[in-house]
Write a new protein. Sequence first.
Length: 371
Amino acid sequence: MKTKNILLVLLIAFNFTSCKVGRFVYYNYADITDHKIFPSRKATKAVSPFLFKTSTSPLIQDSISLTSKGIASKITFEDYLSSNKTVAYIVIQNDSIIYERYLNDYEESSIVNSFSMAKSILSILVGCAIDDGTITSINEPITNYLSNLNDERFSKITIEHLLNMTSGIDFNESYVNPFGDAATFYYGTNLTKAVNNMEIATEPGTQFRYSSGDSQVLGMVLNAALKDKTITTYLEEKIWIPLGMEYDATWSLDRKNDGVEKTFCCLNARARDFAKIGRLYLNKGNWNGTQIVSEKWVENSTKIDSSAGGVEQYQYQWWINKKDNSYEAEGILGQHIYVNPEKNIVIVRLGEKVGKTGAWTQVAQGIAAKL
């Protein structure tokens, strides 16, 4: 009898965790270790990795002054990072690492989920596909690649609308609703079906609305354009090996058999390799003499432009900071790749949570301003 009860519990647990809502409740909330719970594809590291130089005289003072309720205090910068749930923090200037810390039981080789930083990397791959002629133009309607969308109005949506999140596609971005679109995309097992069932809420090209749905549809367009090649294979071919990545990466899939990459999130890699994405854009798409993605694509991704329903702070899946002419890839839990061309700086912050600071862009801007 006892054995039967155990089997019953295991059966219930299996059925519970196999569905979207069950997985949401079981795992509770997105975590930087979620590469362990999803199937994935691997992008292989470079045979000859690119290594940043390490500065022999770090330029960052290892302390920070804080003011809380009118009371000033001083703590080490490392304690500040740790108390705000940071697991990796790297500052690179002129190709030299001038500050690098790994905290809370993480180290240089630890894998971290990119979350929405993957959107910016997806954008690079779309730019590469246009350079290759695999995608003809950002002005193409997405129905040139996706023929199973239920609403004929999707033919009005272009690739550029997806890049700038002005598609008008209805998507609930809530991360706490187990029945919402974000949960379906993150924990569900059929992204193709989820995308095909999407609906349009507003006229394309009239309104910006941050949407992981747009990024996933954009990934589906790229996937269709690549035909027999997977997005992860394309990542390896166009970015991971050419940029001399030090470690393999994985991209989480919706399911094990014939799975689709979760292009709105979930590229799993290490801090130094994420930093190389920033270095690529810092050098206008050029990597040590080889043009990985066109300079024009980088320019369009990082310029301030609010035309066609867009907003100044967002272009081609990159966030733009008007204050210091910087830009960044961002993800929930405070992940970011900050790039400051004027100071020739790349900063990567990865964490288990955003922490109490809630403003890692401002932290990076403060560091850059002093260098």
